[in-house]
Each structure stands twice: as structure tokens, then as C-alpha cells.
Design a protein around this ligand. Structure first.
Ligand SMILES: [Zn+2]
Length: 259
């Protein structure tokens, strides 16, 4: 793939990190999950796409990408093997400790790049609020679903599901070597009233509570864990989606530097 490579903290020496201009320094922290993503996507999909977004934005801005967190809060996806779930308070504490460590040596700006959708967000917000208050740092949470509202309709993507056409297209573009187009299954559940995790949904909704394992069973039986229509995924649409998100992430990094 043609792209400028990112600047990863784990590839730098301590002297290189020390020499970073701390006023301009923005740390990108990719956070995803390791959880089932149907039959056609790898378990690490959420983390992989978060890393790809961070790496691309780093290549364009010089922001430093911290080592990614490959685990998220995924209790409902324990319905299928290979899934790893960590307690949400642990997730929040790890995110905070990463920011606290880097802040001790001068980092003032952080962007948490979320690959695990709405499920990770409250714990990121808790870590971000605590870091803002205790460390005086600036923290932004970058979530692809919120940052792609402008273009998903033009791409023809349906409502947010799981291993759906949006994340299938994205992963397909980023890592075609890990995308298994011949194993795609579609499953569109009956819409539930007063319940949506899609930021584009215009009606009233209740707050999100993860499904139970029992509630996940229909998607397992119908489509090996997929919800949505990944048969409509396309690598070309994934590229447009990715490019839009990278541009938005670059804008966030620049706005943090200007504050
Ligand atoms: Zn996912």
C-alpha cells in the first residue's frame, strides 16, 4: 500500500522522544478489541483499523503513535471463541496510565483513536476526563462512526451492525491480506424500537447497554456472528471511508496544536 509511514513510539529511542517539540507533540493512542468479527474478518479488526488510521495521520502530521491496546470490553462477543474481554475499569485505567506516563515527560495532547465503536467510548471518556482534570492535558476521543456521518450515506452503507459493510470495506482496504470475501454472511435483524448505536439514527434512543450472549445467538446462528450486509462491502468504498477519516483525524491533530 502506498502511504507515508507513521512514527511509532515503540520504534523510537528515548532520546528521539525526548527531542520531540512538546508544544507540537500529539500522541495518538489506538484502542480496539480482540473479538469475533464473523467468518470473514480477523479477530483483531477493531485494533487493526485504529492503528491504520493513526499511522496514516501520523505520516501526514508527525504525531506519535503510542503502542496500541489490542483488548477492549467485549463481554457479548464471548459468544464465539478467540474473543478476549477485559473489565471496562481496567481499560479505563490502562488508558489513563499511558497518558499519565507520557505526560510526566512533557506530552500535553492526546487523541484516543477508537476502533471498537460505542462499547469502548464511556471508559475512554472516564480516562480522558480524569487526565484532563489531574494532569491538565488535552484529550480528544476520535470515533469513526461519529467522524464519518458526512459520507456514509454517499457510500451507501446501511445502519451500524457488526462485521458489517462499513468495517468490512475498511478492513478490506487496509489489509486485503486478512479479508476473506468468500466467507461473507449477511444478517439483518428486526429493528428494535428505542434502540440504536448509530450516530446517524434521527429518532429518540435509549442509552446503549451491550447485548447478552443469549441476545447474540441469532446473529451467530444466521451469520456466524455478523450483523449487517457485508456482501455490499467494497474495497474502493473502504478507501474513500478511510481517506475521509484520516483527513478528519489530521484536522483534530492540527486543532490540538493550535489551541
Ligand atoms: Zn469491529
Amino acid at each position: 500500500m502506498n502511504r507515508m509511514s507513521g512514527k511509532f513510539l515503540q520504534h523510537m529511542t528515548w532520546e528521539e522522544y525526548e527531542n520531540e517539540d512538546k508544544d507540537a507533540l500529539v500522541i495518538l493512542l489506538p484502542v480496539g478489541s480482540t473479538e469475533q468479527h464473523g467468518a470473514h474478518l480477523p479477530l483483531g479488526t477493531d485494533t487493526i483499523v485504529a492503528i491504520e488510521l493513526a499511522e496514516a495521520a501520523s505520516g501526514r502530521t508527525g504525531a506519535v503513535v503510542a503502542p496500541p491496546l489490542w483488548f477492549g470490553w467485549s463481554p457479548h462477543h464471548m459468544v464465539l471463541p478467540g474473543t478476549v474481554t477485559i473489565r471496562p475499569e481496567i481499560l479505563s485505567e490502562v488508558i489513563y496510565d499511558v497518558m499519565e506516563s507520557l505526560a510526566e515527560h512533557g506530552a500535553r495532547n492526546f487523541v484516543i483513536v477508537n476502533g471498537h465503536r460505542v462499547v469502548n467510548i464511556p471508559w475512554m471518556q472516564m480516562a480522558g476526563a480524569k487526565a484532563r482534570q489531574n494532569l491538565g492535558v488535552r484529550v480528544a476521543i476520535f470515533d469513526p462512526a461519529y467522524m464519518s456521518k458526512e459520507i456514509v450515506d454517499s457510500l451507501g452503507f446501511g445502519p451500524i451492525g457488526h462485521a458489517d459493510e462499513t468495517e468490512s470495506s475498511h478492513l478490506w482496504y487496509c489489509r486485503p491480506d486478512l479479508y476473506y470475501a468468500d466467507r461473507v454472511n449477511d444478517y439483518v435483524p428486526t429493528p428494535r424500537s428505542l434502540y440504536s448505536v448509530d450516530p446517524r439514527f434521527p429518532g429518540d434512543t435509549l442509552c446503549y447497554v451491550p447485548s447478552t450472549i443469549e441476545e447474540m445467538n441469532p446473529s451467530v446462528e444466521a451469520a456466524k456472528g455478523t450483523t449487517g450486509t457485508p456482501s455490499r462491502a467494497s474495497r474502493e468504498k473502504g478507501e474513500r471511508y478511510h481517506e475521509h477519516l484520516v483527513q478528519r483525524l489530521v484536522a483534530v491533530i492540527r486543532s490540538l496544536r493550535q489551541e
